[in-house]
Design a protein around this ligand. Structure first.
Ligand SMILES: Cc1cc2nc3c(=O)[nH]c(=O)nc-3n(C[C@H](O)[C@H](O)[C@H](O)COP(=O)(O)OP(=O)(O)OC[C@H]3O[C@@H](n4cnc5c(N)ncnc54)[C@H](O)[C@@H]3O)c2cc1C
Length: 416
C-alpha cells in the first residue's frame, strides 16, 4: 500500500491515482516540490490505467487526420523518452501489418502511412518499417491465415505493463518526498477563502478535510461526477468511450498484429503480453456508472468475430482466461463521431481565491509524461516559481523491490 500520512493542508493536491495523477505527482516531486499529495479511492492504477491496450505508441491510426499529426509526433518522442527512463517496462515490439486482399487500406496507402510514421519519429525512431514476405510474416505470427492477405509490412512501436508503470512513477515520486494515500475517496470539493477544501473518506469510513491551494482533478471518468455532486459546474462536457479486451492463452505470437476491420473503419490488435495473448479493443459510448464496468457478450462476439476471420484456427470463447474494459474519457467535440474525437487533452481551470483547480479531460498513456510536465509548468507559473521537470532523467526514477510481473498477473489482475 502507498500510505503516507494525510496532510491537513498542502500546496498541491492531486485527485486520482491513474497514470496522469501519478505522472503529475512525479513531475512536481522531480522539481523538488515536497508539498504535494495524491488521493486515490482504490489502489493506484485501478481505473483505465491498468486496462489499456498497453502500447506506448505514436498511434498509427491517428495519421488519418492531419490535425492529429502533432499528437502522433509528440507520442513518438515520448515513446523514446519512456524507453530511456524505464526500459524494463517500456520495450520495443515489432508489429505485422497484413494488407487485406479485399477491403481495408491499400498497400500504397499503408506504405505512405508507415513512411510518415517513421518520418515523424525521426531520430527518436525505434525501428523503420519494411515489407515482409509471407514466410517472414508467418514466422512472426504463425496463427494468421495467409489466404486473407496480399502482402505484409513490419513496423515498430513499444509495449508496456501499464499498472507497473503507474506504480513506478508513484514510487519514484514518494522516494523524492511526495505523498500518496491509497484507499482515500474524494467525497466533495468546496471553495475556501484560500483555495479549496477537499473532503475525504478514509479507509475506516471516517472523514477528513484537506485544504489545498492548487487542486488537480485527474479522476478521469469520475472527474465531472465529483464536481457536479459538489455543486461545481465542470468547464467541459465529456463522454466515456468504452474499450474491451480479451486475454487468451499464448498463441505463439513473436510480434503484435495490427488488423483492420474494413466494415467500421477500425483497427484492432492481437498482442503477446506477459506470456498470454491480448485481443482488443472495441469502441462504444458508455453512459453508465464507471464503477460498474464489465465486458459484455456483444463486445466478446465483436472481437472474436473480427479476429477469427484472419486466423487459421478460430479462437474459442471457452479459452478466454480474463476480460477487462477501460474508459477513454474525452472532452466532447461537437459534430464528431466518438472514434473521430481527438485523443488530445483539454485542461479546464476553475479559480477560487488565490487557488485554482485544473480538471484533465483526455490524454493517453503514451504522452502522460509530457502532459504532466505541461501541468507542472502551469503550477510553477501559478506560484511564480521556476523549477524544471526532471522526469526525462533516469536519476529521478526508482524501482520498487519485489518480483517482476508474470504470466499469472495477466489474468489475476482482472479477476473479481
Ligand atoms: C480500452 C482502452 C485502451 C487504451 N489503450 C491505450 C494504449 O495502448 N496506449 C495509450 O497511450 N493510451 C491508451 N489508452 C488511454 C489511456 O489508457 C488513458 O488515457 C489513461 O489510462 C487515463 O489515465 P487517467 O489517469 O486519466 O485515468 P484513470 O486511469 O481512470 O485514473 C483515474 C483514477 O481516479 C480514481 N478516482 C475516481 N474517483 C475518485 C475519488 N472520488 N477519489 C479518489 N480517487 C478517485 C480512480 O480510482 C482511478 O484510479 C486506452 C484507453 C482505453 C479505454
Amino acid at each position: 500500500m502507498f500510505q503516507q500520512p494525510l496532510p491537513q493542508r498542502v500546496r498541491v493536491l492531486i485527485l486520482g491515482g491513474g497514470i496522469h495523477g501519478v505522472g503529475i505527482l512525479h513531475d512536481m516531486a522531480s522539481r523538488g516540490w515536497h508539498d504535494v499529495h495524491l488521493l486515490e479511492k482504490n489502489t493506484l492504477g485501478h481505473g483505465t490505467s491498468s486496462r489499456s491496450t498497453k502500447l506506448i505508441h505514436g498511434g498509427l491510426r491517428y495519421l488519418q487526420r492531419i490535425h492529429d499529426f502533432p499528437l502522433v509526433a509528440e507520442a513518438l518522442r515520448e515513446r523514446r523518452a519512456l524507453m530511456e527512463v524505464a526500459g524494463d517496462l517500456v520495450h520495443p515490439l515489432e508489429f505485422v501489418f497484413p494488407i487485406l486482399k479485399s477491403g481495408g487500406a491499400s498497400r500504397f496507402k499503408v506504405k505512405i502511412g508507415l513512411s510518415l510514421y517513421d518520418t515523424l519519429a525521426g531520430r527518436h525512431n525505434v525501428g523503420r518499417h519494411h515489407s515482409l514476405s509471407e514466410s517472414e510474416a508467418l514466422a512472426r505470427a504463425p496463427v494468421i491465415n495467409p489466404s486473407m492477405f496480399s502482402s505484409y509490412f513490419s513496423f515498430w512501436d513499444c509495449q508496456t505493463d501499464d499498472l507497473a508503470l503507474v506504480r513506478r512513477a508513484a514510487y519514484s515520486a514518494c522516494q523524492l518526498g511526495a505523498g500518496v494515500s491509497e484507499g482515500h475517496r474524494v467525497a466533495s470539493i468546496s471553495r475556501a477563502d484560500d483555495g479549496w477544501n477537499v473532503e475525504v473518506v478514509k479507509p475506516d469510513g471516517s472523514l477528513a478535510t484537506i485544504s489545498a491551494l492548487y487542486v488537480v482533478n485527474a479522476m478521469g471518468p469520475w472527474a465531472n461526477k465529483v464536481l457536479e455532486e459538489s455543486g461545481i459546474e465542470p468547464t467541459h462536457k465529456a463522454v466515456n468511450n468504452k474499450g474491451a479486451h480479451l486475454v487468451f492463452p499464448d498463441l505463439g505470437l513473436k510480434s503484435g498484429l495490427f488488423l483492420q476491420s474494413p466494415e467500421d473503419n477500425r483497427i484492432f490488435f492481437v498482442l503477446p503480453w506477459l506470456g498470454k495473448t491480448l485481443v482488443g479493443t472495441t469502441e462504444k459510448l458508455f453512459s453508465g456508472n464507471p464503477d460498474d464496468l464489465a465486458v459484455t457478450d456483444d463486445e466478446i462476439d465483436y472481437l472474436m468475430g473480427h479476429c477469427n476471420r484472419y486466423l487459421k484456427a478460430p479462437l474459442l470463447k471457452s479459452k478466454i482466461e480474463a476480460t477487462f474494459a477501460g474508459l477513454r474519457w474525452l472532452a466532447v467535440e461537437e459534430g464528431r463521431s466518438i472514434s473521430a474525437t481527438s485523443r488530445s487533452h483539454v485542461l479546464g481551470a476553475i479559480a477560487s481565491g488565490r487557488g485554482v483547480m485544473l480538471t484533465l479531460y483526455g490524454g493517453k498513456l503514451s504522452t502522460y509524461r509530457a502532459l504532466a510536465e505541461e501541468i507542472g509548468d502551469k503550477i510553477c507559473a501559478h506560484f511564480g516559481e521556476e523549477s524544471r521537470s526532471r522526469t526525462s532523467q533516469a536519476s529521478v526514477w526508482f524501482r520498487e523491490s519485489g518480483a517482476a510481473a508474470s504470466a499469472g498477473d495477466a489474468v489475476k489482475r482482472f479477476e473479481g
